[in-house]
Design a protein around this ligand. Sequence first.
Ligand code: F6R
Length: 605
Amino acid sequence: MCGIIGILGSHEVSPLLVDALKRLEYRGYDSAGVATVDASGRLDRRRAVGKLINLSDRLVHQPLPGQAGIGHTRWATHGAATEVNAHPHQSGRVAIVHNGIIENFRELRARLADLGIQPQSQTDTETVALWTAHHMDQGMGPVEAARATLSQLHGAFALAFLFEGEGDLMIAARRGSPLAIGHGKNEMFLGSDAVALAPFTDRITYLEDGDHAVLTRAGVQVWDAAGQPVDRPVARIDVGATIIDRGGHRHFMAKEIAEQPVVIGDVLNHYVKGDRIVLPEGLDFVALDRVTLVGCGTAHLAGHVAKYWFEQLAGLPCDIDVASEFRYREPPLSDRSLFVAVSQSGETADTLAALHYARGRVARTVGLVNVGTSAIARDSDTALPTLAGIEVSVASSKAFTCQLAVLGVLALKAAHDRGRIDGAGLAAHLRDLRAVPALLAQALALTDDCRTQAAWLAQARDVLYLGRGALYPVALEGALKLKELSYIHAEGYASGELKHGPIALIDGDVPVVVLAPHDALFDKTISNMQEVMARNGRILLISDAAGIAAAGDGVTATLALPTGGGVFQPILYAVPMQYLAYHTAVAKGTDVDQPRNLAKSVTVE
Ligand code: F6R
């Protein structure tokens, strides 16, 4: 999703802005731009469609001098990815960059039209620049004009303003979308997240919802949503944790898949001590009557797996919903329930809104997040870090398995608190969970076999994934990964559901990936697989050695996972889902780390 950077510096800022935008590339974008104020006070901008290299080329041929500037990577919401729609938007003496959506932009535009002011672009954002310029034309100073404009806006946004003739001024505002301020030595910075600011400073102030800030090189003043001056704390960030490199891998995704044994180990070291589960105070399941899990995309599917664990291990009814549906459905919530928002970024707009809906209606809210400084972490009663480390590839891999590991620990805690398992039972499940990192390390060896199978999948137009029980959401995740990385149409189904409609899709051209560990549900899933084979369907069976031996002849190909992990086997089965999608994308030559149309952090509805 859109990335914002702002610098009041002591050197030429254009190259620094582009470098910082590179660190935000992982969020996903389709055009980029920068604006600067030069030594004579002149405000100017350069913009380019596509990758940042296009903007860099433009800047080589048309340099943009100045020591104050703002930059932006745009993920199109209103208006196509064209140069005219790219940010910064400039009108008169102001340039702005924006992340989010100005929901009342049509009304704002209509009122501008009444004043005889016409936009150049199709964006909602340009109205912010036009209104600010209009207020300045009416005699307001930059700060007053920006405030007047902010008071007109509805929606979610992070905004940065830069002004002609004001080489030592930048205004920042945050409503919904994240924005951080970096403190330098006679320099100030602004960024969508700490990752963008890490090369400049480790001293960060996170703006709160509704804040706006006036930055000069001497420092920053912040006002809250009520217009009152406030002191926001300066936090020291661990710059090492923001280092972004591929570690010798061809893609970030390959690196992140390979990191899973280590990061899952980190999760277990953090939450499990011996045969004890260690969670923050207040997470007691004795008095709870329900768990509600909410997330989007892959995070939602992690919650879907955990539903099986909460219900089967802890006997605790569990609801799972996609955040965008949950928030508007007005679901009745029990004041004895636990609400868990699952999110890698911790900034996903729908998940954050769902959390806000739940607050005050449930016994406790938990944010299960990978970014500890995120809005979901801050706004939850309890934040549980998923400790995956920074995830750069847009398609989630290690964040998913770390979410599963933390949710597994939570479900075990619930089972123990509620007397469904005793100390010995807990110790046995924890042994299974602790075996997962080593089993994952073995599962990584499947990469070569997955590359071989990917040559087959890459030829397909459609692919089906089947799973049963807690492997059903993993099948959904496999289909989601394949779609987003390789652009091949894929669907996941509960194995038993196939004959109720989707079986009509089966012919010899549709690969069917079957997830079937040799467990209590194995025979049922294999029957469903036979139904596919009886209709010329071609099967890629993913199981363990015993399952592959028991499945009999007729499958086109197999992938063998190690045995072990108990009820936490779904964590292992995520690995072939990731590698099949990854290698299929590589075979097709798609952009693995930044698939088309996708954004890493989805801060709009
Ligand atoms: C898929 C993927 C997305 C995210 C979803 C939620 O690979 O990464 O489906 O899982 O956009 O994002 P977070 O977890 O940041 O809330």
